[in-house]
Design a protein around this ligand. Structure first.
Ligand code: ATP
Ligand code: MG
Length: 560
């Protein structure tokens, strides 16, 4: 085992410190972690924290991280989720190698161990209803009440449990409970349910089982079977740890993993509960799990967020022992930072306004050179076509500008990026009085964007040739929720009615239209955009990944 990288990473967070200490003291010679999703939904950015931590630790310390599906509730789980979870972990840049497991792989062994618990007097079959079990469990201040079935003889328990397995009883008729302590200060130890009857088809085990293990029973034992050394979960499982340990102690497990809890990721303007995300999809508030407004990995991907930005975000937020809420601006910062470094620069006009250059010869087309990345000469240059008819952004022109407006207005001169200085001479309006076209002149001496006489302009604007640019639809996404802390119980009222704006008349340069890259590009002065999977050669569609500036609230104010 080499610990060179490990030493470099130690001190980053308390979990890595524990891992390092366990290696140094030879408590463990090799680290094994796991990421244990339940396949009942798509992964979200909160899961990315757990993925980056578990896989990251395995990488840094030369260990192993298993991908284990916690597939113990067949009524909520689907193959689609199993597939998407694997794709999303890979997209984030992590790999489990051959270590793909399912809790259902262990059903047989878990069952045998449950019989063992019964035989040892540590578990019993309870005939009470779910409701009775709940009400007799007590509260934080009052002890629970023993079940009238708690002292069933071992033989009777065994017989009933076997008949539960054989499918003799309907759903909910009985459960298997651990026999621990109904007066325990920890409610999780008040005879927790280990097995419930569920006549349901399982994606992997089919109709073999009529009983399914509870999370608490399956999870720790799966960890033990896989030789997990550090079982990392979120804080709400802290109170489950005594049960985790009780079960490991009572069962003939091949190893004794240790559970560690960390804070879950919460983000402003975002809900990260699978229940809410499922409902957003089912109720049609979004177009699907991969809607670019969703905080899912699939949504981030479709929005054009690079996986490196997600990893950097997770690295920056760290791993703490106390819950907190991270500003979504931090995620946006990481996205912008990564894209600013990597994204190719292009020109697109989102809301076109036609410009006719009156002194430019009709039918003439000129190729001008544009750079692909300002800080990376290796990204090279491309040609863009200039002609008599152009498009500029509607909001780059004002007929009656206020004092500080330096972009195009009647009589004012500006630079068209990579091209020429132009001056607006007149405005063409339709019957409704709306501006439909600008008439301009250009100065042929300013080719490339500089005047030989040294005169200056105060604005440089992007533009496209009317004839050479291509039409496109552009989808502008804003926060899905308008409330910085949306109410998970009643989230519909907190939805942002302006979370999606579709621009159907946009124009893009040919280098955008022809690109097959899955990566986001910078549309100069507008932000970062990526081709949407809905895009076809006949109908180009792009998603805005993110604007150039901080937070959507400020973006509404527009460009300066
Ligand atoms: P639910 O939303 O129903 O509570 P879950 O998000 O816990 O479900 P799992 O599939 O059980 O879904 O999660 C897999 C792993 O991801 C678990 O180890 C869990 O602790 C971790 N995880 C889930 N949400 C977050 C989060 N917001 N931050 C960090 N880790 C998370
Ligand atoms: Mg969970």
């Amino acid at each position: 085992m080499t610990t060179d990288t490990a030493t470099a990473e130690a001190g980053r967070d308390f979990i890595r410190d524990i891992v390092q200490a366990d290696l140094s003291s030879h408590k463990h010679s090799r680290i094994v972690t796991r990421f244990p999703p339940e396949p009942n939904g798509y992964l979200h950015i909160g899961h990315a924290k757990s993925i980056a931590l578990n896989f990251g630790i395995a990488q840094e310390f030369g260990g192993q991280c298993n991908l284990r599906f916690d597939d113990t509730n067949p009524t909520k789980e689907e193959q689609e989720y199993i597939d998407s979870i694997q794709a999303d972990v890979h997209w984030l840049g992590y790999d489990w190698g051959n270590n793909l497991f399912f809790a259902s792989d262990y059903f047989e062994r878990l069952y045998d161990w449950a019989e063992g618990l019964i035989k040892a007097g540590y578990a019993y079959v309870d005939d009470q209803s779910q409701e009775e079990i709940r009400t007799s469990r007590g509260t934080l201040t009052e002890p629970g009440k023993n079940s009238p079935f708690r002292d069933r003889p071992v033989e009777e328990n065994l017989d009933l449990f076997r008949r539960m397995k054989a499918g003799e009883f309907p759903n909910g008729a009985r459960v298997l409970r651990a026999k621990i302590d109904m007066a325990s200060g920890n409610i999780n130890l008040r005879d927790p349910v280990l097995y419930r009857i569920l006549h349901a088809h399982h994606p992997r085990t089919g109709d073999t089982w009529s009983i399914y293990p509870s999370y608490d029973y399956a999870h720790g034992q799966s960890d033990a079977i896989e030789g997990i050394t550090h079982s990392i979960c979120t804080l709400e499982f802290e109170d489950h740890r005594p049960l985790y340990e009780w079960l490991l102690d009572k069962l003939p497990v091949p190893s004794k993993p240790h559970q560690y809890e960390m804070a879950r990721l919460n983000l402003t303007y975002t809900l990260l509960s699978k229940r809410v995300l499922t409902q957003l999809v089912r109720d049609g508030h979004v177009s699907g799990w991969d809607d670019p407004r969703m905080p899912t990995i699939a949504g981030l991907k479709r929005r054009g967020v690079p996986p490196a930005a997600v990893r950097e975000f997770i690295r920056r937020i760290g791993v703490a022992k106390a819950n907190s809420v991270v500003d979504v601006g931090m995620l946006e910062f990481c996205i912008r930072e990564e894209l600013n470094r990597t994204a190719l620069r292009r020109m697109a006009v989102l809301r076109p306004l036609k410009v006719v250059i009156e002194n430019y010869p009709e039918g003439q087309v000129e190729e001008l050179e544009a750079i692909n990345h300002p800080d990376n000469p290796e990204a090279g240059t491309r040609k863009i076509a200039f002609g008599r008819e152009l498009y500029i952004e509607q909001d780059d022109f004002m007929e009656n500008p206020p004092k500080k407006f330096f972009r195009l207005s009647p009589g004012n001169e500006v630079r068209l990026r990579y091209a020429y200085f132009v001056k607006c001479t007149s405005v063409v309006k339709n019957d409704a009085g709306e501006i439909v076209e600008l008439r301009c002149t250009y100065d042929p001496a300013t080719k490339g964007g500089n005047a030989p006489d040294g005169r200056k302009v105060k604005a440089t604007m992007h533009w496209l040739s009317a004839a050479q640019s291509k039409p496109a639809e552009i989808r502008i996404y804003n926060q899905l929720f308008a409330n910085p802390s949306p109410d998970a119980g009643n989230f519909a009222g907190d939805l942002n009615p302006q979370s999606l704006e579709v621009l159907t008349d946009a124009r893009v340069e040919p280098a955008i239209a022809e690109s097959n890259s899955p990566d986001a590009m910078q549309f100069e002065r507008q932000g970062y955009f990526v081709r949407d999977p809905d895009s076809t050669p006949d109908k180009l569609v792009f998603n805005r990944t993110i604007g150039l500036r901080d937070t959507f609230a400020k973006e509404v104010g527009g460009k300066g």
